[in-house]
Design a protein around this ligand. Structure first.
Ligand code: FES
Length: 349
């Protein structure tokens, strides 16, 4: 796992509660990444290095900077700290880009990329849209984007400029849940019915030439997936990312659970007993106890902290990083895991 100390070139405000941090790429050996990947930032707060993963909104080989977009979470420790304390010229520690929810453009392809986003779920998808529009000249992109109101649309101006530039190659459908009175577009949330209706209006491509990328709250992704399954979309054409990982962690830090539990960690064949306090994750408790547990993003995305549960019950704030098979086999992510019984034993490695 490689880390960098990157200089902040600029911080732009996207909406009242969302900012984009633009990092300067290192002068020599630029950081490579793919559209859809995320960057983990390491922020020292109260003597502790807090980590959060945020999707990259910049596009490789298009945007000069490496940019992440951060939505402030109410009482969220890291998002609000970053907003208050960092400015252009400051340096920030980051872990190299990671993530499997990505799209690599291929200039020979002629396909339809359909993006479903809600709120800050737009972040990895705007990067994908840029990459496809620039590097796949025969392909078309459609974006279905849900927000509360016009004011809360992140990258509104960028999207409008892209629409002007790419015309029929970039279709955008905004859906607003608390639309202003003069709004004449779709109202409500992106649900199953709306998804089917909107898909009917989009350009028609063969099933095998259409790929769907979903990023947003669980409810939206479930509804869109149900609609796509109903329309007989092959499962391998549907890709999704739970961008809420960072948010979930921020909220989990504020959640109230008043039970401390003892967890046994097996690390390098040694057994350790740690006490996991309310609002702490198993990884945090292990690190606090001085255990050399592996981790990276601390957001449930990279699986670096993966361990196998030998007994007990663990609740994960987020399990998107694990496959169904891994979950069945008892794997857990300690960075987002909380013990729910007294007999939790986890083997790391
Ligand atoms: S540290 Fe990345 S998933 Fe836990």
């Amino acid at each position: 796992m490689k880390t960098y100390s990157l200089k902040i070139k600029e911080i732009t405000r996207e909406t009242s509660d969302t900012i984009t941090i633009h990092f300067k790429q290192p002068l020599f050996s630029k950081i490579k990444y793919k559209s859809g990947q995320f960057l983990t930032i390491i922020v020292p707060i109260n003597g502790k290095n807090e980590r959060r993963a945020y999707s990259l909104s910049s596009a490789p080989n298009i945007d000069e900077n490496l940019s992440i977009t951060i939505k402030m979470i109410e009482n969220g420790l890291v998002s609000n700290y970053v907003d208050k304390h960092f400015k252009a010229g400051d340096k920030m520690e980051v872990v190299e880009p990671m993530g499997h929810f990505c799209l690599e453009p291929d200039k020979n392809l002629e396909r339809h990329i359909v993006l479903f986003a809600a709120g800050s779920g737009i972040t990895p998808l705007i990067s994908m849209a840029k990459s496809v529009l620039v590097f796949e000249p025969k392909s078309t992109v459609s974006l279905i984007y849900g927000n509360r109101s016009m004011q809360s649309i992140i990258f509104k101006q960028t999207i409008e400029e892209m629409q002007k530039k790419y015309g029929t190659r970039f279709n955008v459908v905004h859906v607003l849940s608390r639309a202003e009175e003069d709004w004449i577009g779709y109202k409500g949330r992106i649900d199953k019915t709306l998804t089917i209706n909107v898909l009917n209006l989009l350009p028609k491509f063969d099933n095998d030439k259409t790929e769907y990328f979903l990023c947003g709250p669980e409810g939206m992704m479930t509804a869109v997936t149900e609609a796509l399954v109903y329309l007989q979309t092959p499962k391998e054409k549907i890709h999704h990312e739970s961008f809420f990982s960072a948010s979930v962690k921020e909220e989990a830090n504020n959640a109230t659970d008043n039970v401390s539990r003892t967890v046994t960690i097996i690390l390098d064949n040694e057994e350790y007993q740690i006490s996991v306090k309310p609002n702490k994750t198993i990884l945090e408790a292990g690190l606090d106890a001085g255990l050399d547990m592996p981790y990276s993003c601390q957001s449930g995305l990279c699986t670096a902290c993966r361990g196998k549960k030998k007994s007990g019950e663990v609740k994960m704030d987020e399990d998107e990083g694990l496959s169904e098979m891994e979950i069945k086999e008892g794997y857990v992510l300690t960075c987002v895991g909380h013990p729910m019984s007294e007999d939790v034993v986890i083997e790391i490695g």
